[in-house]
Structure formats: structure tokens, C-alpha cells
Design a protein around this ligand. Structure first.
Ligand code: GTP
Length: 596
């Protein structure tokens, strides 16, 4: 146990985490040069393209220093705010962290929030200035930032380059010298923390764990404390480049467990593994059932593909435990699913996987957050995941929405535009701190609904790519929210209905009506388009009636021509959406959904 070191890497996207991790694996002979060609820690297609480690993994290295043999467990952490709970569990499995900062970029928001998580868990931080080979690297200035942030000395900071390999030996030495060995009682009942799991269609879910106390032996009868499920440890082992089966994984070490678990959702990150017979007294603190933050409807483009979509969703859920969904119907879109996601990136990933892995073309309705509506009568809380769930406004005392604390780091030049953007999104500026003369940290409290859509893109645009953003949920607060209906030919169209802030309702209603007017072709009759709150119409557009129809064209013409035209119309119909008694094309429908 005294020769084990467990550590993770904290870094902002693109600061060189993967490259440096690869260097460590190479220096410890964990992998060969050729194997390195493949990006090691990111092994899902999608991840490589996005350059984001979506699921965390772990890898074990053997290293010898001064004649002593050490086991170094690197626990990878996903670098995106949608997965911050997983990050916190990976951190809980470590005693130390490498804090990697790009010497040409400086500290970013994501780095700071993950660093705070690490400090909360009393991790030893090893600061690393990376990419110092870059001509425009500014190691002195960035070192100042790091020293301010973690109160360390200049000598503590390791200068490194994942590109040239500089500093790698120093990093390995620091891991051994500075990070404490794990503590824990080998004689105590088994207590192991699940920090990750990976779905394997052939072998079942692979569970990654860190033993805090006791030990796990192959064949043990174990139970997961929070899910109360029991399994036999069919195979356990350590995570080298490939899995290496072992008889025992002991206190302080990291390993994997395979026991024929069929579905990802049976394994909850943060759960505790113990023995059925000799159970530990307490489960490991910090367990949470992750809750979806963003909701959207997913519908097949072709309504006939509903069953296929259902089976695709089921398969997808096998390896994505965070995805939740239930069937939903929409008058406009037919049968589909109301889905809950961890955040916008998660939503995009699910949508992309449906398209790539299952060849499904889907419509995703405008994303929204979860609202809590309270009834006047008994203050009963109604959870609202879709606008249609909202009770009659006359019965409501108040509606609460989730608020976040948003952390933004930007260049001083862009402070003005960033503040305007956040104020415009109903944000309140809580603090403004100069990290250096040129870099400012802004903290806002802002409704989650205002950032789920298009916020990050806007932030990037107005800051010319120089702002970074991170957030945490701080709770639900009452807001002046209303349900905005869109009526087409006097019928409300559920797919366009939304919960919005009262001050925004008019503007949004007007924009949707205008857009609809633009995209709906004129028909035989006049069509009013209205937006309304309750019974009150707040804006209106009208589509004038069409004077001639298609068949009129073949007046006096031959019958086959007429039939052809009718046939053509029928074909066109397949990709039409029926909105009340008006039909619009698929494209038109999507165009309106994207209005925000
Ligand atoms: P994510 O996986 O997206 O979080 O990024 P990451 O932090 O793992 O960064 P990655 O290792 O993928 O490196 C990002 C980019 O920086 C790549 O183009 C690397 O080739 C480059 N890079 C990484 N380390 C160095 C370095 O030390 N010097 C230079 N010049 N470039 C580097």
C-alpha cells in the first residue's frame, strides 16, 4: 500500500492532458510507441472527434525509483461541466492531482472549478506548466497565476512539454515524492468506491473501483450499497493497457470488476461495494443519484419509425446510465420520447449517437429545464419536464426554476460585452476578480434555462474565443414564468409551446409567429397565427388565402396529368407535419423549432 499512488489530471480542454498522459504511459513502459499512435485514453470515436474525454477511465503504471517499485494509478476525468459529478467521484478516488496549465493560455474556468473540487477532497496538487516549447508561451506570467491560485512556491511548479517530453521524469518523481500513499485498513470490511463504469456488450458492464478499506477477491459475493444489488465478482483485476485479471485487489488500489451486469443503469458512480457477509458499516460519502438538467422531446422524422426509435433508445440506454426518457405524444410530432440529459453536450452526444450508431433521423424539440410549480391550494409541488405538464396557471401559487452559479474567465477587453450578455440572460453579477491585469474572473447567478440554449456559442463569439465557462447548480428560485402558447388556425401547437419569462413572452411569441408566417405556404383558406398566454392573445400574424389550387392548373387538361399532380402532392405529404388543420413541411417545422 505504501508504494501505491493514485492521481488524476486537472486541465482545461486542449491544455494537453491526453498528450502528457500518453508521455507518462510511455515513460513507464506501459505502452509502446506504436500503441501510442492511437489516442489512448479517449477510445470512443465521438470523443476523439470532439477532443473531449466523455467517460473517465483509469490506467495503471509500474515505475521504479531508487530501487523501489511503485504502482501509479492514473484516473482520468471527463473535462466538461455536464459530467462534473463524475469528476468529483474520480477525485474522491485519488490522493493527488496534476494541475496542467497551458503556458500560452493561462488558467481557465474549468481548471478552477475542478481544482476547487480537488482541494475540497484534500488532494495534493502538483502544478505543471505545459507546452513551454511554444514560442508564445509565457511561463512567468502563468506561473504567477498558479502561485496565486494554490499558494505554492515557484520551485513547486514543473515545466513540461507533452510535445518534446520535457519534464516527464520530474512529474513522475513528484507523483511519488509529493503525493501521499493511500491510507485505509486492510483488515476492515471491504469498502470500495465506484468511480466509473464502462458498458461492454459482450462481457457486461465493467465497474471501475478504488478500494478504500479491506480487499476484494475473485469470486467474492459482493453488494452495491445504494442500489442494493448483489453480484459475484466473476473477474477482477487491474487496468493496464488491457485488463489484467488478478486474484485480489487490495486496500488503496484501483481495479475493475466484471459480473455479468447487463445494463449501465445498475451501476451508479459514487456507490460503495462491500461484501454481502461482512459488510462495511457506512457507505462512502458523496453519493448522488445524478439528475437530468435539460429536457427535450426526441421524435422520429418519419412517424412510422417510432418502434425503431424506441429500440434504439433502449440500446443506447444500456450504456448511457445518465439518459432518462419516457414516451410522449405530440399532436404535431406524433409518438416520441421526452428525454432528460445531464446538459447540452450530453443532448448533442445522444442525438449524434442515434444518427450514427442507429441510423435514425430525429427531430429534437427546443431544450428546456425542469420547473417546479407550486399549487395555491396546498403548496403541493408539481415537477414540470415539459410545458404541457404545467398545471392551470389560475391554480398556481408560483413557479420555480433552477439557478446556477456561473464562473466565467475572460480577457479584460471583453468584460463589458460578457456582462451585457449575462445581464441580458437575467444574470446577476456577484463578483469580478482580476486574476492578472489582463484576465478577469466573473461570477454570475443566472437561470439555467438562459444558458442551455446558445449561451456558450454567444460567449465564445463576443470574447473572440477567449472566454471559458463553468457552472454549478445552486437551487430552485421563484421567477415570473408563463406558458406561451402558439396557435395555428386557433389550435394550440404543442411542439411550439414553451415556458418563458414573462418579460420575454411577447418578443418570443412575435418571433415565432413571424417565422411561421414565413415558412407556411399559403393555403386555400386564411390562417391566423397567434401567440397567447392563457386566454390572452399577445401577437398575431395572418397568412392570406391562396387564390388558385394545383388542379386548377390542368383545367380542361387530360385526366392523367391531373392524377400525376395529385400523386406528386401525396408524395410531398410524407414529409409534411400536420399542425392542427394546417400542413407544413418538415424543414419549416424545424426552422420554427430553432427560433429562440
Ligand atoms: P481534451 O482531450 O480536449 O481535454 O484536450 P487535452 O487537454 O487532452 O489536450 P491534448 O493532449 O489533446 O492536446 C491539445 C493540443 O495541444 C493537441 O493539438 C496537441 O498536439 C497540442 N499539445 C499538447 N501538448 C503540447 C505541448 O507540450 N506543446 C505543444 N506545442 N503542443 C502541445
Amino acid at each position: 500500500m505504501k508504494n501505491i499512488r493514485n492521481f488524476c489530471i486537472i486541465a482545461h480542454i486542449d491544455h494537453g492532458k491526453s498528450t502528457l498522459a500518453d508521455r507518462l504511459l510511455q515513460a513507464t513502459n506501459t505502452v509502446t510507441e506504436r500503441e501510442l499512435k492511437e489516442q489512448l485514453l479517449d477510445d470512443m470515436d465521438l470523443e476523439r472527434e470532439r477532443g473531449i474525454t466523455i467517460k473517465s477511465h483509469a490506467i495503471q503504471m509500474d515505475y521504479e525509483q531508487d530501487g523501489e517499485k511503485y504502482i501509479l494509478n492514473l484516473i482520468d476525468t471527463p473535462g466538461h461541466v455536464d459530467f462534473s459529478y463524475e469528476v468529483s467521484r474520480s477525485i474522491a478516488a485519488c490522493e493527488g492531482a496534476l494541475l496542467i496549465v497551458d503556458a500560452s493560455q493561462g488558467i481557465e474556468a474549468q481548471t478552477i472549478s475542478n481544482l476547487y473540487l480537488a482541494l475540497e477532497h484534500d488532494l495534493t496538487i502538483i502544478p505543471v506548466l505545459n507546452k513551454i516549447d511554444l514560442p508564445h508561451a509565457d511561463p512567468e506570467v502563468v506561473a504567477e497565476q498558479i502561485m496565486d491560485l494554490i499558494a505554492c512556491d515557484y520551485e513547486d511548479i514543473i515545466h513540461a512539454s507533452g510535445k518534446t517530453g520535457l519534464g516527464v521524469e520530474n512529474i513522475l518523481k513528484a507523483i511519488i515524492d509529493r503525493i501521499p500513499a493511500p491510507e485505509g485498513d486492510p483488515e476492515a470490511p471491504l469498502q470500495a468506491l465506484i468511480f466509473d463504469s464502462v458498458y461492454n456488450p459482450f462481457r457486461g458492464v465493467e465497474v471501475y473501483f478504488r478500494v478504500m478499506n479491506g480487499q476484494m477477491t475473485k469470486g467474492d459475493h459482493v453488494k452495491f450499497v445504494n442500489t442494493r444489488k448483489q453480484y459475484h465478482a466473476d473477474e477482477i483485476g487491474s487496468l493496464k493497457l488491457k485488463q489484467q485479471p488478478r486474484e485480489i485487489v487490495s486496500t488503496g488500489d484501483v481495479g475493475y470488476l466484471i459480473s455479468g451486469i447487463k445494463e449501465a443503469k445498475e451501476v451508479k458512480v459514487g456507490d460503495t461495494i462491500t461484501h454481502v457477509d461482512k459488510s462495511c458499516e457506512k457507505s462512502i460519502a458523496g453519493f448522488e443519484d445524478v439528475k437530468p438538467m435539460v429536457f427535450a422531446g426526441i421524435y422520429p422524422v418519419d412517424t412510422q419509425d417510432f418502434e425503431e426509435l424506441r429500440s434504439s433508445m433502449e440500446k443506447l440506454q444500456l450504456n448511457d446510465a445518465s439518459l432518462v426518457w419516457e414516451p410522449e405524444t405530440s399532436a404535431a410530432l406524433g409518438f416520441g420520447f421526452r428525454c432528460g440529459f445531464l446538459g447540452m453536450l450530453h443532448l448533442e452526444i445522444v442525438q449524434e449517437r442515434l444518427e450514427r450508431e442507429f441510423d435514425m433521423t430525429v427531430i429534437t424539440t427546443a431544450p428546456s429545464v425542469q420547473y417546479h410549480a407550486y399549487l395555491t391550494k396546498n403548496d403541493e409541488r408539481v415537477v414540470v419536464n415539459a410545458p404541457s405538464d404545467l398545471p392551470d396557471p389560475s391554480k398556481l401559487d408560483r413557479i420555480e426554476e433552477p439557478f446556477i452559479k456561473a464562473n466565467i474567465i475572460t480577457k479584460a477587453d471583453f468584460v463589458g460585452p460578457v456582462i451585457s450578455l449575462c445581464m441580458d440572460r437575467r444574470g446577476t453579477l456577484m463578483s469580478q476578480t482580476y486574476l492578472t491585469t489582463d484576465r478577469v474572473e466573473l461570477v454570475f447567478e443566472i437561470p439555467l434555462a438562459e444558458v442551455v440554449f446558445d449561451f456558450f456559442d454567444r460567449l465564445k463569439t463576443i470574447s473572440k474565443g477567449y472566454a471559458s465557462f463553468d457552472y454549478e447548480l445552486i437551487g430552485f428560485r421563484a421567477s415570473k414564468l408563463v406558458k406561451l402558447d402558439i396557435l395555428l388556425n386557433n389550435d394550440p401547437v404543442d411542439a411550439f409551446c414553451a415556458i418563458v419569462h414573462r418579460d420575454r413572452a411577447y418578443e418570443r411569441g412575435k418571433r415565432v409567429c413571424e417565422k411561421l408566417k414565413e415558412v407556411i405556404p399559403r393555403q386555400q383558406f386564411e390562417i391566423p397565427i397567434q401567440s397567447a398566454i392563457g386566454n390572452k392573445v399577445i401577437s398575431r400574424e395572418t397568412i392570406r388565402a391562396l387564390r388558385k389550387n394545383v388542379i386548377a392548373k390542368c383545367y380542361g387538361g387530360d385526366i392523367s396529368r391531373k392524377r400525376k399532380l395529385l400523386e406528386k402532392q401525396k408524395k410531398g405529404k410524407k414529409r409534411m407535419r400536420q399542425l392542427g388543420n394546417v400542413e407544413v413541411t418538415q424543414e419549416a417545422f424545424m426552422a420554427v423549432l430553432s427560433v429562440d
